[in-house]
Design a protein around this ligand. Structure first.
Ligand code: PMP
Length: 438
């Protein structure tokens, strides 16, 4: 058998790992809240895989649904055939989605979902004879996957700069992290709305007749769990309405109960024009993503009554039968076990437990929302983004715990089946890890 370091000669999972000495640890199984290693160790999953396994791992009803579907119908080319699971899943997603968002486009990942949403937004304005509306607006510290559209609107400069101009006509709103944005809040109780007014500045600069859409994660997830300040999303919605700009919520992380509601839109009471989903839709068991939009917006892109422009968009594996079966079974588990409500019920205990880490000397800031937490550590001399990563991951391994390490921020996002006892265990191990690398 090969050691992980030997295996790395054949396959390197993520490009960013190249700069790290720490190779991924091999896991051979998973169940519920745990990964299982080849040596028989049980590793508690504090990250729901990568923000996706919201129902926990290898849940029996989901496994059975995938097995049954694989035996029944493996694949159907969407040009000619579809299958009941695709339509049923679309209807179930439409029922969960906020407001009148009820038309679903299926893709295979969050990145594909984002690029699809951006294309739908541009096609919508073209179909309505307003083809000058092409500008897209993202946000600093926004993460929208790794497609060319997603990195263009994304707010991570290092992901963009190697690739030249990318999509042109993209602007970025300021991020919403309040420690960095104190100037906005000074003497301003409604600073969220004040911050969203930056959109008005961009509109004034470029004119609304050139702006197609704004895309934001309701809570910026992978860049550190940054909840929107009060009034922020509401004000974005109002400004978009005023200027005929489409509002896209990227709910790839915030969807499927992470915030105690089906989607963040519901939690914050703001209905976007389009929203993306992925990750939790199959609880990590099958690759799937997609977009949910209002009918007229969706139909401008797909062949609906208002279809006036020539284009093609669709993936070989859009609405793949196995992913659809997995999605349906996953939604059943969420419903039958009341997992979204469970996340809401656990929110306060989770927040209390994680905020207990505040006393540690190298903890700079902690943010929690729903069952997601970002813990910022004081940067070390090695420089931002590379601080003791290896040491941190090694310490997590020592404690049989899996967590997301992103630069100087640790993100905690356990499966929604987590118990209060397991929250305590996760936070205790996290505290020990933070102290070990202080
Ligand atoms: N959007 C958001 C908000 C995400 O968090 C992610 C993944 N972390 C993506 C898009 C991209 O999803 P994927 O990795 O499935 O392409």
């Amino acid at each position: 058998s090969l050691a992980p370091n030997d295996l790395a000669a054949f396959w390197m999972p993520f490009s960013a790992n190249r700069s790290f000495k720490q190779r991924p640890r091999l896991v051979v199984g998973a169940e519920g809240m745990h990964y299982l290693t080849g040596e028989g160790r049980r590793v508690i999953d504090g990250a729901a895989g990568l923000w996706c396994c919201n129902a926990g791992h290898c849940r029996e009803p989901i496994v059975k649904a995938i097995q049954g579907q694989a035996a029944r119908l493996d694949y159907a080319p969407s040009f000619q055939f579809s299958h009941p699971e695709a339509f049923t899943l679309a209807a179930r997603l439409a029922a969960l989605a906020p407001g009148d968002l009820d038309h679903v486009f299926f893709a295979n990942s969050g990145s594909e979902a984002v690029d699809t949403a951006l294309k739908i937004a541009l096609a919508y304005w073209q179909a309505r004879g307003r083809g000058s509306k092409t500008r897209l607006i993202g946000r600093e510290r926004g993460y929208h996957g790794v497609g060319f559209g997603g990195i263009s609107v994304g707010g991570i400069v290092t992901n963009r700069k190697a690739f030249g101009t990318l999509l042109t006509g993209v602007d970025h709103l300021p991020h919403t992290y309040d420690r960095d944005r104190q100037a906005f809040s000074r003497g301003e109780p409604d600073w969220g709305a004040h911050l969203a007014d930056e959109l008005e500045r961009i509109v004034a600069l470029h004119d609304a007749s050139t702006i197609a859409a704004v895309i934001v994660e309701p809570v910026a997830g992978s860049t550190g769990v940054l909840p929107p300040p009060k009034g922020y999303l509401q004000r974005l919605r109002a400004i978009c309405d005023k200027h005929d700009i489409l509002l896209i919520f990227d709910e790839v992380i915030t969807g499927f109960g992470r915030l105690g509601t089906a989607f963040a839109a519901e939690r914050y009471g703001v209905v976007p024009d389009l929203m993306t989903f992925a990750k939790g839709v199959t609880s990590g068991t099958a690759p799937m993503g997609g977009v949910i939009a209002r009918a007229p917006i969706h139909d401008a892109f797909m062949q609906g009554p208002e279809h006036t422009i020539e284009l093609f968009h669709g993936y070989t594996y859009s609405a793949h039968p196995l992913a659809c079966a997995a999605g349906l079974a996953t939604l059943d588990v969420y419903r039958d076990e009341g997992l979204f409500g469970r996340a809401a019920e656990l929110e306060a205990a989770f927040a209390d437990a994680v905020h207990g880490l505040k006393g540690l000397s190298n903890v700079l800031d902690i943010r929690t929302v729903g069952l997601a937490a970002g813990v910022d550590l004081a940067p070390k001399a090695e420089g931002p983004g590379r601080r003791g990563y290896d040491a941190m991951v090694a310490a997590f391994h020592d404690h049989d715990m899996m967590l997301r390490v992103a630069g100087d921020t640790l993100a905690l996002s356990p499966p929604l089946i987590v118990t209060e006892g397991q929250i305590g265990e996760l936070v205790e191990k996290l505290g020990k890890t933070i102290q070990a690398v202080a």
